[in-house]
Design a protein around this ligand. Structure first.
Ligand code: FE
Ligand code: ZN
Length: 256
């Protein structure tokens, strides 16, 4: 195994910029804002060696240009011209090595929130941006329920112990919705207790794990009777396939 450690840097209201550290080296995932990253690097005496972007939204890439003024480093990201600062454009199954970390990530294409959204997977860690959230999923800005279902299924197929580092602190509000979408799931009350305790101490609820998501996240449970029943009731018609169920609970969540 590797000796990489991961720390959250907060940005805006509820974004997390994940910092990977090994020795004096750092890499950042989704630096929406350069300022808190530069402050962290200075305080911790770290050198930035790479930027990773999951998708083109400003709250995930907005700090790229300023960081590149301070560091001449590669920017790994999706094949999407809307992120002009990306230097290494990645596709499904691509692998790349962070040299200073002696560490290799593989790339998953997970469209749905945006059409070119990717995730980084390696060393038991998943950086999934705004596609999979703890107990929720991203809005379908540029994708269909079918695409999101396929993308979430790819992530759900990763080992249960995989640590899930997503882009926002949305866990408690997601759990509140999940309790409506699958009232009988006992995992939700348990998770709500631990997440509430963390938030009360102003600590992140992340990372979660793939195992935890499979047990509690309704968007990964669109084949479960309780979720199907709640989705059907909300839609006002019987839904039978997981894609329609996902579409219905995503719509429901948008106005929850
Ligand atoms: Fe975001
Ligand atoms: Zn986004």
């Amino acid at each position: 195994m590797n000796d990489i450690r991961v720390f959250p840097v907060r940005a805006f209201h509820d974004n997390y910029i994940w910092v990977l550290r090994r020795g004096d080296n750092a890499a950042v995932v989704d630096p929406g804002d350069a300022r808190p990253v530069l402050d962290y690097l200075r305080a911790e005496k770290l050198k930035l060696t790479a930027i990773l972007n999951t998708h083109h939204h400003a709250d995930h890439v907005g700090g790229n240009a300023e960081l590149l003024q301070h560091y001449k480093i590669p920017v790994y990201g999706p094949c999407d011209e809307r992120i002009p600062t990306v230097s290494q454009r990645l596709r499904a199954s691509d692998r790349f090595t962070l040299a200073e970390f002696e560490f290799e990530f593989s790339v998953l294409e997970i469209p749905g929130h945006t059409r070119s959204h990717i995730a980084f997977y390696g060393g038991g860690m998943l950086f999934c941006g705004d596609t999979l959230f703890a107990c929720g999923c991203g809005r379908l800005f540029e994708g269909t329920p079918q695409q999101m279902h396929t993308s979430l299924s790819k992530l759900a197929a990763l080992p249960d112990a995989t640590r899930v580092y997503c882009g926002h602190e949305y866990t408690l509000s997601n759990i509140r919705f999940a309790k409506a979408a699958e009232a009988a799931n006992p995992e939700l009350a348990k998770w709500e207790r631990t997440a509430s305790a963390l938030r009360a101490r102003d600590e992140p609820t992340l990372p979660s794990t793939i195992g935890q998501e499979k047990a509690a996240n309704p968007f990964l449970r669109c084949d479960q009777p309780g979720v199907i029943a709640a989705a059907s009731q909300h839609a006002g018609k019987p839904l039978t396939d997981p894609v329609s169920v996902l579409g219905a609970i995503r719509d429901w969540k948008n106005n929850f």
